[in-house]
Design a protein around this ligand. Sequence first.
Ligand code: SF4
Length: 433
Amino acid sequence: MVSVIKMKAAFYTLGCKTNQFETQALERLFSARGYLTVPFEEKADVYVINTCSVTAVADKKSRAAIRAAKKRAPGACIAVCGCYSEQVAENEIKACGADIVIGSADKSRLPGLAEEYLKTRSYTLPAPSGAFDFMPAGGLSTRTRALLKVQDGCRNFCTYCIIPFLRGELKSLPLSVAAGESARLEREGYREIVITGIEISSYGLDLEDKPTLSDLLDAVCTAAPDTRVRLGSLEPRTVTEEWAKKAASYKNLCPHFHLSLQSGCDKILRAMGRRYDTERFLLSCEILRKYFPGCAITTDIIVGFPGETEEDLVATLDFISRFKPAQAHIFPYSRRKGTRAYSMPAQLTAAQKAERAERAAAAAKKTREEYLKTLSGKTLSVLFEQEKEGFCVGHCREYIPVYVKGKGLKNEILSVTAQEPFKDGLFGIIKEN
Ligand code: SF4
């Protein structure tokens, strides 16, 4: 018997859910060409490093991953894509050990380019297509949660953000394709679909018949009626009475909404170029809580933006305690060359930003604890994902980690009675049928 030695591909992802989706899709595309996926720490023939450039720390991690892959397998093809590779000169990335550098557009071309490189030690990069780069959804290793990328690019140009320069104009996935992918994911046994993109609130603005995010939600929830659907990050402007009323009619939509706040101070929101104020943000929270009682609202907050005074920070801390997020990711402002905020006066020191981030994280921790208490005693529907330290762990529809005693529950959705806060979420007891 002749045994066929499979080529091996390893993947490393930094950054947002869109990057995670793209890496999952690349795994599928490499697998379709006969590659075996191996952990990034192992020897492989191809290493794909999907980079991020949203902060200086992400830049550093991107460079470190490239160097690590090169050191591990000097003869392998090191392919680098993503925002960092868009931001920095190709030579600089190649100096770290990369063989192929393709930026953010058309990542689906990567498997072909890697094979070309392995054969010839060179590659020819085609001109960017400018179109939505369709890639298949759903990771290979588990059928628990599939990311579905419906949109790329952004035209908002918030003053701190480098993404619109790196990911370019809005590009959306046509509704019919989104529906087809959702139906396929349900057929293949995925239990949850997460709608992702760079700025999904602008979904469809670039398409001819201008479908909205509401239309997209309808397409996905209807095409996969037995699969949970979760929305990625929303801009507060999206949430209107009409939008929420329609969204609440889908039984499979999870009551978990990530609304990007960024600052709880109106002066800073204006300086950031955000298109809402704290009052509009609160209105969005009120509407969501009216149509989805008990829902989890999560958020991102940047502290230490140029010109942020102590009073401005206190305004943000007060705002956190007013709108009570179930979770807030706190980021110290990271200065990105090429953005307007880069050259704003009154930049804060790293130490000031770190101190502010700590205070904001403490405020957010308090509201998370309050939210967890509201769930205690309630019946939660939990999708189990893994076993860890003697527990089965999954997420409820509100996206809180839930721990139960047990084994072998992966990919099951069970009713669980929430008990007390435990680790990063809740301890629960599985309900008898
Ligand atoms: S909405 Fe603002 S923060 Fe989000 S990607 Fe676009 S420019 Fe960046």
